[in-house]
Write a protein that binds this ligand. Structure first.
Ligand code: PLP
Length: 457
């Protein structure tokens, strides 16, 4: 990309927009890629270039781009009731129906829903709900959250505090709440020399229990985790990890919060990743694929026990003093309902399981032995290839991200939008992807990978 021409749409972008997760000085030199439209698994930029969206946007667009049924659902709802709120006992039908549907499709223990507009707001809300609940049940010291290094829970003040990525803390004066970040459950990177996967799981479980005992169990409120970590690099946990985490949390009356903002609605080939890993959460956070991100929406599902505690407190102090202007939005929830209809009618969860097997098989068979690749990993339709400067020693690149950034750019040249998380390359295509499209995506990636090898070797 070259410096944008004066007055072009690119120059105006540079003049007026601050971009998320972007080096603003570099952006002044390169300008943006303006995405103009999308269809199926593809997007097109305003120059007419076609790309496979191997990340479904930001792990989002389950049903693909250009799904007219979602546009119609939004349009019809806008004509009927474009907006209403959920404060002071007001409600609207799509929000009620979506809440009912989410409860019926989710793990048994979850019986109520609170809607927000984003995953970050949802996780901030989780923190507030847990604190409110613990105050209500006479456990006011139970406030600390347990999270993990490389976990991602969002970027608002509380959710970014839970996030375990330095880039989301640095120079933002975060974390601001009591949180302890435990070892990242990624065996390949964090396993010790000679340690087996089972020993790694045991070590992480021991660390969890010791952390609780050191702080005092009456100070630890909740454990929050993505069942399979996404934005930290697509990191499936070691075998047995979630069983042990749950045993320990239950022993010390610590709530379990499953953040399925990426995992939820079929990504791992099951409706929720909690099913895949046998997790019974007290709270479940979902977003993104709930509307295929055609509308901003997130939801917290939570147990009756938590609801009863909160409800009693509202009776005592007068209200639940929390909520968003656009929470339980009728257009977003109507789109969510239609999106879930599409996922069900087209059997997209089973399809994701089937396509996921192909994706995982092909990623491993084609790239495990590549000289630039340290590890290939993933479950279902989410996967990653981690680049390493030295395959044998798992050495990182200097500077970190050098190879990933190059590969990311080469990918664009070959018509595939992947995500480079440092030197970890993520794949998370729309659930509708077909076998030939997976092959096409990986062929393009393979070209970019070989060019990156030529660049760094
Ligand atoms: N939680 C997880 C697991 C996520 O992956 C994300 C976003 O990627 C969030 C929370 C934050 O969601 P949002 O970007 O909608 O605020």
């Amino acid at each position: 990309m070259s410096k944008p021409l004066p007055n072009s749409i690119y120059a105006r972008d540079v003049e007026y927009l601050l971009h998320a997760a972007t080096n603003a000085r570099k952006h002044e030199e390169t300008g943006p890629i303006v995405i103009d439209r999308g269809e199926g698994i593809h997007v097109f930029d305003d120059q007419g270039n076609k790309y496979i969206e191997a990340m479904a946007g930001l792990w989002s667009v389950a049903v693909g781009f250009g799904e007219k049924r979602l546009a119609d659902a939004a349009y019809q709802q806008m004509l009927k009731l474009p907006y209403y709120h959920s404060f002071s006992s007001k409600s609207n039908e799509p929000a009620i129906l979506l809440a009912e549907r989410l409860v019926n499709m989710s793990p048994d223990k979850l019986s109520k829903v609170f809607f927000t507009n984003s995953g970050s707001e949802a996780n901030d809300t989780v923190v507030k709900m847990v604190w409110y609940f613990n105050n209500a049940r006479g456990k006011p010291n139970k406030k600390t959250f347990l999270a993990r290094v490389n976990g991602y829970h969002g970027i608002t003040m509380a959710s970014a505090s839970l996030t375990g990525l330095p880039v989301n803390h640095r120079d933002f004066d975060l974390p601001i709440l009591p949180v302890k970040h435990l070892t990242c459950p990624h065996f390949w990177r964090f396993g010790l020399p000679g340690e087996t996967e089972a020993e790694f799981t045991d070590r992480l479980a021991a660390e969890l229990e010791q952390t609780i005992l050191d702080a005092g169990p009456d100070t630890i409120a909740a454990f929050i985790g993505e069942p399979l970590m996404g934005a930290g690099g697509v990191l499936p946990p070691p075998a047995g990890y979630w069983t042990k985490v749950q045993e320990i949390c239950r022993k010390y009356d610590i709530l379990i919060v499953a953040d399925e903002v990426i995992n939820g609605f079929g990504r791992l080939g099951t409706m929720f990743a909690c099913e895949y890993y046998g997790i019974e959460p007290d709270m479940l956070v979902v977003s993104k694929q709930i509307t295929s991100s055609y509308q901003p929406l997130a939801a917290i599902l939570f147990s009756d026990e938590i609801f009863q505690g909160i409800a009693d407190n509202t009776a005592k102090i007068g209200t639940f003093g929390h909520g968003f202007t656009a929470g339980a939005h009728p257009v977003a929830t109507a789109v969510g309902l239609e999106n879930l209809d599409i996922i069900e009618e087209r059997g997209l969860v089973a399809h994701a399981a089937e396509m996921g097997e192909i994706l995982q098989r092909e990623l491993r068979s084609r790239f495990t032995d590549h000289p630039l690749v340290g590890e290939v990993r993933g479950v279902g339709l989410i996967g990653a290839v981690e680049l390493s400067a030295d395959k044998a020693t798992k050495q990182r690149f200097d500077p970190p991200g050098k190879a990933g950034a190059y590969l990311f750019a080469r990918g664009h040249e070959h018509g595939v939008i992947i995500r480079a998380i440092g030197d970890q390359i993520a794949f998370c295509p729309p659930l509708i992807i077909t076998e030939p499209e997976i092959m096409d995506m990986l062929d393009r990636f393979a070209l970019a990978l070989d060019e990156t090898w030529a660049f760094v070797r």
